[in-house]
Design a protein around this ligand. Structure first.
Ligand SMILES: Nc1ncnc2c1ncn2[C@@H]1O[C@H](COP(=O)(O)OP(=O)(O)OP(=O)(O)O)[C@@H](O)[C@H]1O
Ligand SMILES: [Mg+2]
Length: 303
């Protein structure tokens, strides 16, 4: 996971296009609670002939946790990546704290904004990916410090102090000087979360942050995310962890074939499941996660 200004640098194993980060710190006050931090209107995106996002409208308010669920290939990652302009969108608007992301108007026409402008708009957005993308030759603290020194111009001592505080926040102060190779997947993902937090984002985007983890390591990462939610962090989380979504989300968004088919409270989405495709999706999920009960019948299995 990386704060987005940091993501402009190629992380190990990543094929992101890179432009030099030209970012300032979040110098103005955060918006008031409840104001939309992100507003998406009529978002469309196609890859060649395939229309992947087909008019998405979404609002994420300050301190809201929005969980995005849906079948494989429905466009969840593409949507999240558009919110950070890691993917250029074709139509509609993505507004971050009121500013249009990725484009500007020149001679009455919409044109792509400069790298510096894009970074300016997304400077308060942090992102965590399925793959942690830590630098293997840097310690946990080193990984967190790197962007602080490079992007924010902090001294080594300052950056280390902040890095240790962030690692403490994710329960890893004791492993600050360990290299990623000596950390479990769950610990590596928590370092990646600390790295994004260090950039003081106003919103964090998570794309299936636990799906590359062994099942017994999922909980520790979800715990950190729950703590962030309790502290009021605004979060958009693409997840297959329905329990997490049910417990933590203010709003659950079900995407199907590039459109938001259902959105509402966890109760409305999981319990009422008004939409046939949603019901089918949840049934598949329950079938896969059915657990043997005392009577010998798996719970949640369809007849
Ligand atoms: N860079 C790309 N080039 C071409 N097609 C792409 C690209 N990225 C995604 N797609 C296609 O867009 C569609 C949506 O992909 P996306 O990754 O957003 O789905 P998803 O909902 O995140 O799926 P999953 O649950 O499997 O992660 C898929 O059909 C995918 O094959
Ligand atoms: Mg995806």
């Amino acid at each position: 996971m990386i704060a987005l200004s940091d993501s402009l640098r190629p992380a190990p194993g990543s094929a992101e296009a890179v432009e030099p980060a030209a970012v300032g710190l979040a110098d103005e006050a955060s918006p008031a609670r409840g104001e939309p931090l992100i507003r998406v209107n009529g978002l469309t995106k196609r890859f060649g002939e395939v229309e992947v996002l087909r008019g998405v409208d979404l609002e994420i308010r300050k301190s809201e946790v929005v969980c995005i669920i849906g079948p494989s290939g429905s466009g969840k990652s593409t949507l999240l990546r558009c919110l950070a302009f890691l993917e250029e969108y074709d139509g509609g608007d993505v507004l971050i704290e009121g500013a249009l992301l990725g484009y500007t108007t020149r001679n009455g026409k919409r044109v792509k904004a400069s790298g510096a402008q894009i970074n300016q708009v997304r400077r308060n957005v942090g992102m965590v990916f399925q793959q942690f993308n830590l630098w293997p030759h840097m310690t946990a603290a080193g990984n967190v410090m790197e962007a602080l020194q490079r992007v924010r111009g902090m001294s080594r001592d300052e950056a280390r102090r902040l890095a240790l505080a962030m690692l403490d926040r994710v329960g890893l102060a004791a492993r600050a000087d360990a290299y990623p190779g000596k950390l479990s997947g769950g610990q590596q993902q928590r370092v990646a979360i600390a790295r994004a937090l260090a950039m003081e984002p106003h919103i964090m985007l998570f794309d299936e942050p636990t799906s590359a983890l062994d099942p017994e390591l999922v909980g520790e990462v979800l715990q950190v995310m729950k703590q962030l939610a309790r502290e009021g962090m605004t979060m958009a989380v693409v997840t297959h962890e329905m329990g997490f979504a049910a417990q933590v989300a203010d709003k659950v968004v079900f995407i199907d074939e590039g459109r938001i088919a259902v959105q509402g409270s966890p109760q409305e989405v999981f319990h009422d499941a008004p939409h046939p495709r949603l019901r089918q999706f949840l049934q598949n999920y329950f079938d896969r996660n059915a657990f043997w009960t005392r009577g010998g019948e798996p719970q949640g299995a369809s007849a």
